[in-house]
Write a protein of this length. Sequence first.
Length: 123
Amino acid sequence: MPSSIDDLTGHVCVGFVSSRTGETMPLEFLIEGQTRFVHLSSRLTVNNSDTMADLARQGFGLIQAPRYRLAADFESGALVEILPQYPPPPTPLSALYPQNRQLASRVRVFLDWAADVFAGAKL
């Protein structure tokens, strides 16, 4: 069980291909406010998060995914979280709406609610 980023050497991951770049994405860890990228070798490379999670459950390698996506697996013991002291950097969330229109009150209420929900969430 790795206890530090350096302990990942020799481990394999399930590679995940970025739809934006077509490249395999590295694992990302936030260490003292800085993002550290770790490239591990992979037995398999996929472009679907469901497949990636299924392969991790079958023991094909480490994966990195949002906490909410794997919560049931952590609770059941199907997957084990490693290096919780080095979470990935937060993923930005954007809400887009036309600027040439007056913002509807229901949209403002939704945006305020979403900001409150995600402000302290551990995803």
